[in-house]
Design a protein around this ligand. Structure first.
Ligand SMILES: Nc1nc2c(c(=O)[nH]1)N[C@H]1C(S)=C(S)[C@@H](COP(=O)(O)O)O[C@H]1N2
Ligand SMILES: [Mo]
Length: 165
């Protein structure tokens, strides 16, 4: 099996490719332990979005954070400024790499998301299986549902195929 990698690219000074073991070596102050404190139904440990951004250094053109999940062809694009202090990248559960069933190997989380499709920073932007974080000039790819019906359909599809969703 190949080692899962997370690419951070787009409008950045230094593109970066990270693995679980590299993320596990981040400084204590960059870590976010036990995300169930923010989301009772979710768990695991991560690092702050800010710690990732400080390594890639977004350029002045970067205004959106576009999160890509190749595994199920899902994407969400959120404005960079408000997400900076709110974003977490979860990569570990119980000291082990986060599994696909848990939404891993990498999962984006917003500390305090709005209800689904009520805001740009909503629960639907908590992208699972993220393999690429792209800094974009304006809004990038976004496949999030835009109304209740689309949202229900997406969740129905995920429930039918739990390991792929
Ligand atoms: N890759 C991927 N991430 C995704 C989705 C998806 O279909 N694919 N659904 C989103 C939606 S609509 C919601 S509400 C949350 C649900 O997260 P949960 O399963 O942890 O409750 O994940 C989001 N992240
Ligand atoms: Mo959602």
């Amino acid at each position: 099996m190949t080692t899962p990698k997370l690419t951070i690219d787009g409008h950045v000074q230094n593109q970066l490719v990270l693995t679980y073991s590299e993320l596990a070596q981040f400084e204590e102050s960059e870590r976010v332990l036990d995300v169930s404190r923010f989301h009772p139904t979710r768990n695991g440990d991560g690092v702050t979005l800010e710690s990732l951004l400080s390594r890639v250094i977004p350029t002045s053109e970067a205004s959106y954070l576009t999160l890509h999940a190749t595994a199920d062809d899902f994407a969400a694009s959120v404005p960079l400024e408000p997400i900076r202090s709110e974003g977490i990248l979860v990569f570990s559960v119980d000291g082990q790499p986060m599994t696909l069933e848990q939404g891993g190997p990498f999962r984006f989380l917003i500390r305090d998301p709005a209800a689904c499709h009520t805001d740009e920073l909503d629960d639907c932007a908590n992208v699972k299986f993220v393999d690429r974080i792209e800094l974009t000039d304006g809004r990038g790819r976004d496949t999030r549902p835009t109304d209740d019906q689309e949202h229900e359909e997406l969740h129905r599809r995920q429930d039918e195929k739990p390991t792929e969703s």
